[in-house]
Design a binder for this molecule. Structure first.
Ligand code: CO
Length: 190
């Protein structure tokens, strides 16, 4: 097992829709194991594109009451069949270190998915499990939790985040710019 690098905002893979998983092979199993090791200390959910793999799966291990947790859940090619009710919760995301925002989501979801062997499962999820599943499901569609805020709150959140992470973000944007840099225009002064 190995810890993986977590992709952070504004990497474009986070805003790109992921592709269906078609091969339930050893490579997928290794990735699932590595993602679990990467997530378990700091997070309760992690989507494949957060470790640079644009594929439709995520893992979760959500605290329940007391010391109980759901245990490791591997959710591959999920579909949300129904959403009911509303719940507000202060969410964070490993791809936005230090940013926490209140997000409104469905209180209950009916989810179907495949496990690492390709077998199908379904469940009704509630509370924090439902919140986490919706947050991770959004990642697979290229949607992050700041996209669930009002336009004004999103603008403020991204401004504050960008200020707090100026050095790394500037470096990323600089590298992005240098790839598409146009030749300098010559200006002739009179
Ligand atoms: Co996230």
């Amino acid at each position: 097992m190995a810890k993986l690098l977590i992709v952070t905002y504004p990497d474009p893979i986070l805003s790109t829709r992921c592709a269906e998983v078609t091969r339930f092979d050893a490579e997928l199993h290794q990735l699932l194991d590595d993602m679990y090791e990467t997530m378990i200390k700091d997070g309760i959910g992690l989507a494949a594109n957060q470790v640079g793999q644009s594929l439709r799966f995520f893992i979760m291990d959500v605290p329940l009451e007391g010391d109980n947790r759901t245990g490791r859940l591997e959710i591959i090619n999920p579909r949300i069949l129904a959403r009911r009710g509303e719940i507000k919760y202060e969410e964070g995301c490993l791809s936005f270190p230090g940013l926490y925002e209140n997000v409104i989501r469905a209180a209950e979801v009916d989810l179907v998915w495949q496990d690492r062997s390709g077998a199908e499962h379904s469940a009704t999820m509630r509370g924090l499990v439902a919140i986490c599943a919706q947050h991770e499901f959004d990642h697979l569609d290229g949607i992050t939790f700041v996209d669930r805020l009002s336009p004004l709150k999103k603008r403020i959140a991204l401004r504050d985040y960008t200020r707090a992470h100026r050095e790394t973000i500037d470096d990323k944007q600089f590298r992005a710019q240098t790839k598409v840099r146009r030749p300098p225009q010559t200006v002739s002064n009179p």
